[in-house]
Design a protein around this ligand. Structure first.
Ligand SMILES: *Cc1c(COP(=O)(O)O)cnc(C)c1O
Length: 396
């Protein structure tokens, strides 16, 4: 064995010893409430396909039709070989859906955060993020070179401390003042709780900063038009940068930014993950556009009702009080990494697939079973989940 591989195997062993080893589980079926894994059918409570759109006939049909018309691949970056119609159609539909001047789509949500934050901020700018924001925001913040400050999760006092510090430490960058950007998720990916967006906005306005809200787990699920939590709380117009993914409730793939025309034009000129990356397959844009149309229609209302019914059934059965803002992500925190893995294995043996989420997705010692419910689950699916969980030693 080469010394390179020996070194990597040593590192892998250290990962194993901490209960943090990850491996791919080969699934031989589409995403849905049931997946085929290792030749067995399992009930799936692991995906972010909250509305069951990933395998929806209308999305598949839109994708297939677009492949027929525009082919399988995009050929180059949108700035190099021309920007295909499906991306423009999607962006127009998205801006209308979100009620913003403009929208821009990226190949993934990850690329969206990295491209946007590094475009907006440079050395001597300041970025202040919630402790629990997604890895793509942390990576973007580091890559931007801006000064990074982290406030305790949803802690407004700590946020204000960091804002006071930032305000006192603004400096001149060329002919402008350093910018301060606050970033939070609206619904947090591993905990399912909501950010106090109204209160964060009050602070942001007091200190004259910018705000970016990542609606990855809220787009399609909250608000009168299902635009996201910002709509639910009536604050969309006051957020400079709304981002999210097309790959969760929207069932397709890609990421988006919504905001002013100036923001979008600036990103087209400066977001390196947009400029220096081949455009996504046009079929993904077509599927996402169909998803937005479905979500905005009466079908979207029906799917949301179904999802929140399942959530209510599950929460009442395990004795969780319903939260003011409903959550499709329900973590059962176990703590120890190895115990969480054992619990996930036991559940798989009972025919239920729930991942054990561990460091670095969550803090060390905060390993959990992350249960996600979807509109595609039936009441009987949820009843089976409850029976399995109650048969285990989880204190439920
Ligand atoms: C999943 C996720 C992303 C990344 O989106 P992808 O399209 O999967 O790359 C960004 N932010 C949050 C909060 C997420 O949960």
């Amino acid at each position: 064995m080469s010394s390179f591989d020996t070194e990597l195997n040593q590192r892998l062993n250290a990962i194993r010893l901490q209960g943090l080893y990850r491996e791919l589980r080969h699934v031989d079926s589409p995403q849905g409430p049931r997946i085929k894994l290792g030749g067995r059918e399992l009930l799936n409570f692991s995906s972010n396909d909250y509305l069951g759109l990933a395998n929806h006939p209308a999305l598949k049909e839109a994708a297939v039709e677009t492949i027929g018309e525009f082919g399988a691949g995009a050929g180059a970056s949108r700035l190099i070989c021309g920007s295909l119609t499906p991306f423009h159609e999607l962006e127009a539909v998205f801006a209308a859906f979100k009620g913003t001047e403009a929208a821009l789509t990226f190949s993934t949500g990850y690329a969206t955060a990295v491209g946007t934050i590094t475009a907006l901020l440079a050395k001597d700018d300041i970025i202040i993020v919630d402790k629990l924001v997604h890895a793509c925001i942390v990576d973007a913040a580091k890559l931007s070179g801006a000064k990074l400050r982290v406030f305790a999760h949803n802690d407004l006092n700590d946020l204000e401390d960091k804002l006071r510090w930032a305000d006192a430490n603004r400096s001149k960058i060329g002919n402008r003042q350093s910018a301060i950007l606050v970033v939070t998720e609206s619904i947090f990916s591993m905990d399912g709780d909501a950010a106090p967006l109204r209160e964060i906005l009050a602070l942001k306005e007091k200190y004259g900063t910018w705000l970016m809200v990542d609606e990855a787990h809220a787009t399609g699920l909250y608000g009168r038009n299902r635009r996201g939590l910002a709509e639910e709380l009536g604050v969309s117009d006051r957020i400079e940068i709304q981002m999210g993914t097309l790959g969760k409730a929207l069932g397709a793939s890609g990421g988006y930014v919504c905001g002013s025309r100036a923001l979008i034009d600036f990103l087209i000129n400066r977001a390196r993950s947009f400029i220096f990356s081949t455009a996504p397959v046009p079929a993904a844009a077509a599927a996402a556009m169909k998803a937005v149309e479905l979500v905005a229609s009466s079908e979207g209302i029906r799917l949301n009702q179904q999802l929140w019914h399942r959530v209510a059934e599950f929460q009442s059965a395990i004795g969780h009080r319903p939260s003011a803002i409903p959550r499709a992500i329900i973590p059962l925190v176990i703590g120890d990494e190895t115990k969480a893995v054992t619990a996930a294995t036991e559940l798989r043996e009972q025919g239920i697939y729930i991942p054990a989420i561990r460091y670095p997705s969550v803090a060390r010692g905060a390993a959990r079973l992350r249960i996600t419910l979807t509109a595609a689950h039936t009441a009987e699916d949820v009843a089976m989940l409850i029976r399995a969980l109650k048969s285990m030693d989880l204190g439920l």
